[in-house]
Design a protein around this ligand. Structure first.
Ligand code: C2E
Ligand code: CA
Ligand code: CA
Length: 747
């Protein structure tokens, strides 16, 4: 079979939204990550700058603090040394000790002009002489009158001291000193280098530098950088611009951020504080953010993907329910409509046709053996047809018991014939069901696909072709022809007229003709056969074979039969009122009427309400249908007979297989078919079985009627063979009511 063309749920309907969502989520995730990273960098930069800035303030303040403390100490020493210079009797070691205590001095020395200690608070230094290069010697050789030194380590005691000197006129000089270990340590805290080292104690700061306005690194937590010139252009530019900034650069082969903030004091720029910040932590944080984002993206996409996939699967299952027959797995009528629309629209020049395959006795099969048995048979039928068709053909299941085959790309109509015959042939063999071997009656209606035809019309044509199959001629394949449309219209109008007749809206279209029946021996009128006539406006007189068939197909026969029976009773009443009580009237009964449960009851109701004599009514039943439902029909015949109505077996010889059962049937008349009557002329008398039928029927006590008697010759033969009643054109054609009455009167 052709590959499933039904787009079904169409994966693209799920893939496209998925891809759109994918893209959307990707963009969203990308933007979110980007913003987070930017934000993180930004916050890092802000933090870094604010830290640098706070240290830059510390730098400025520590310079101030250093200066103030040093200044105070200087003043104190200056005041003390100037005061001492004015004391006259200080040239005594004990006096120096007292002076030292009073001025809170730790050291006090008097040097001669050669730089030798001649008096001292501490006796152990007496005689010590300043050597060249020593700070004391430096003062001695200088021309300064007074000097306050910066705190320094004493060359003898190893303590930190701050010394002051004052020269006397004779070249001798006084040195005073205060212990400055604490002050020294305290002041050290205010030194740039120490601040920078303190800063770089943070694990993420690799180096902290103070750069002066000439780009020279004047202090650095890593001593080897001190004294270098900042050569990087970008940094230089920023330093010049005096703004706070962070740039990414490489330091000792490692990715870093360099933060620079200007250091101002009293509105004057003293330099820049530059911190080298390791990028490691920040970068690993950024990597984690990206990873988190990517993970979230993957989770969302997988979730959406799974949801869409399940929706797709569910949809696919729904499509399967909607477009496939559950039992056989074949595509169904909905699928067919979609498929055919497509085929018609995109038709190439190849010929296509549809075959509507109907299992005629399927309904009976279901009713008789149950639905699950019927299902089993259907599956087998589907399987058998599938085996036959070519790869490009498509088989569909339509409704309960119909299949539809789309034949693709055939060349001649004969190919269709061959295929249809092949399909019909597979049903020659019985289907093996659970109950018994089952024969299926198959019918195939074929419609060829014409250009621009609608699917609806195509189906209609195939159905029409199926309807046109003449079952009586055991035909099982029929092609749709254009003429069938006309036939359908004609049938439709006939059907409408029948309905109107049944509903008593139309009292003139249906009438009865009466064909006389003649007593062969008594040579007098035996009765009439009522033959229905239908006149349809625009179509004229419709032969009973045609309208009875339509009434049967459209389930109108039962009600039409009742109308006919009432009309027949009215005629019987009329002629009996005229005093013709012995004249019988035969009315034809279709098997469809006979099989209805309420048939006997309804007949009796009509007959009784009309008030006719029951024994003047004969019901004619066609022989061919009796055998199919022998017991059922015979039961009804028995009831009819019991009520006093007579029964005639019509068309005898056309279907009844054995004469043997004739005596079992509850009938009064046997009506030999015209077929046998016609033979009287062409055949050798000896070969005629008609005489045997008559004598046999007589044996069973039946009255024999011969129909279709047209020739004198036939009449003579039938009379000779003891046929009781003759009917045919030779006696009279069917007559309308008025003529029939005239016929009676003429007798
Ligand atoms: P049938 O019951 O076999 O009726 C006899 C048919 O043969 C009638 O045709 C009649 O006009 C025709 N006929 C009679 N004598 C001759 C003859 O000598 N030569 C020829 N060639 N034909 C003759 P009609 O009226 O066209 O009826 C056809 C069939 O329609 C009937 O066959 C019967 O089966 C059915 N039919 C007619 N009226 C009714 C009815 O009221 N109810 C039912 N259920 N079927 C009816
Ligand atoms: Ca008849
Ligand atoms: Ca007949």
């Amino acid at each position: 079979m052709k590959k499933d063309k039904l787009k079904g749920p169409g994966i693209q309907y799920f893939l496209v939204p998925f891809l759109v969502l994918l893209l959307l989520f990707f963009l969203m995730t990308y933007m979110a990550i980007r913003n987070r990273v930017i934000e993180r960098y930004h916050s890092f930069e802000t933090d870094a700058i604010s830290i640098a800035e706070s240290y830059s303030h510390a730098l400025v303040y520590s310079r101030d603090a250093h200066f103030i403390i040093t200044e105070l100490l200087n003043q104190r020493l200056m005041l003390a040394i100037q005061a001492i210079s004015m004391i006259e009797d200080k040239y005594d070691n004990d006096a120096l000790s007292v002076i030292g205590d009073r001025f809170l001095l730790d050291e006090i020395y008097l040097y001669n002009s050669d730089g030798e200690i001649i008096y001292s608070k501490d006796l152990k230094y007496l005689g010590w002489k300043a050597h060249e290069g020593h700070p004391v010697h430096n003062f001695m050789v200088s021309d300064q009158e007074i000097l306050v030194e910066d705190i320094r380590k004493d060359s003898e005691s190893d303590n930190y001291l701050k010394y002051a000197y004052l020269r006397n006129e004779d070249g001798s000089f006084v040195q005073i000193g205060i212990m400055a270990d604490t002050v020294y340590n305290f002041l050290r805290g205010f030194e740039i280098n120490d601040i920078l080292i303190h800063l770089s104690n943070r694990s993420d700061i690799l180096n902290a530098m103070f750069i002066n306005n000439e780009f020279e690194i004047i202090a650095s937590s890593l001593p080897e950088f001190t004294g270098r010139i900042m050569a990087e252009k970008e940094i230089e530019e920023h330093i010049l611009k005096e703004d706070r900034h962070t740039i990414k650069t490489v330091f000792n082969g490692q990715d870093v951020f360099q933060v620079c903030v200007p250091v101002f004091h009293d509105g004057e720029k003293h330099g820049s504080l530059s911190l080298i910040w390791s990028a490691k932590e920040l970068e690993s944080e950024v990597r984690r953010m990206i990873l988190e984002g990517v993970l979230m993206f993957i989770v969302v996409i997988i979730t959406v993907g799974i949801i869409l996939f399940y929706a797709y699967r569910k949809n696919k299952a729904n499509i399967k329910i909607a477009y496939y027959d559950k039992l056989t797995g074949l595509p169904n009528s909905e699928y067919f409509v979609e498929y055919m629309k497509d085929e018609i629209k995109n038709s190439d020049n190849s010929k296509k046709a549809v075959m509507l395959i109907n299992c005629r006795n399927f309904r009976t099969l279901n009713i008789t053996y149950g639905f699950s048995y019927g299902d089993e048979i259907l599956v087998q039928i589907a399987g058998r047809i599938k085996e036959l068709i070519r790869p490009n053909d498509m088989l569909f299941k339509l409704g309960a018991d119909r299949f539809l085959l789309v034949v693709d790309n055939y060349e001649k109509k004969e190919e269709l014939n061959v295929l249809a015959e092949k399909i019909a042939d597979i049903f020659e063999n019985p289907i093996i069901g659970s109950v018994e071997h089952q024969y299926i009656n198959i019918e195939i209606g074929i419609a060829e696909v014409k250009q621009d035809i609608t699917v609806d019309k195509l189906l209609q044509e195939a159905t029409l072709a199926l309807d046109m199959i003449n079952r009586n001629k055991s035909q099982h394949i029929c092609y749709y022809e254009d003429i069938m449309d006309e036939q359908v219209m004609r049938q439709d109008r006939i059907e409408k007229t029948i309905r109107a007749v049944i509903n008593s809206e139309d009292n003139h279209s249906l009438s009865l003709n009466f064909q006389p029946k003649w007593h062969a021996n008594r040579n007098c009128l035996a009765g009439f056969e009522a033959l229905a006539r239908l006149n349809v406006e625009g179509l004229g007189n419709i032969p009973p074979a045609e309208f009875i068939d339509i009434a049967e197909k459209k389930m109108l026969m039962y009600d039409l039969g009742k109308v006919i029976l009432r009309k027949a009773c009215r005629f019987l009443n009329k002629i009996s009122d005229m005093g013709n009580e012995d004249i019988k009237l035969s009315v034809n009964i279709s098997v469809i009427q006979l099989l209805r449960d309420e048939f006997v009851k309804d007949v009796l109701e009509i007959v009784e309400s009309s008030g006719i004599d029951k024994k003047s009514l004969v019901l004619e039943i066609t022989e061919s249908v009796i055998m199919d439902n022998f017991d059922l029909i015979n039961g009804k015949l028995k009831a009819i007979k019991k009520a006093g109505i007579l029964v005639s077996l019509d068309d005898f010889g056309t279907g009844f297989s054995s004469l043997s059962r004739l005596h079992e049937l509850k009938i009064d008349y046997v009506k030999i078919d015209k077929y046998f009557v016609d033979k009287i002329i062409d055949q050798d008398e000896k070969k005629l079985i008609i005489a045997d039928i008559i004598s046999m029927s007589h044996k069973f006590g039946l009255t024999v009627v011969a129909e279709g008697v047209e020739k004198e010759e036939q009449k003579i033969y039938l009379k000779k063979s003891n046929c009781d009643i003759l009917q045919g054109y030779l006696i009279s054609k069917p007559l309308d009511e008025a003529r029939a009455i005239e016929f009676i009167d003429a007798e």
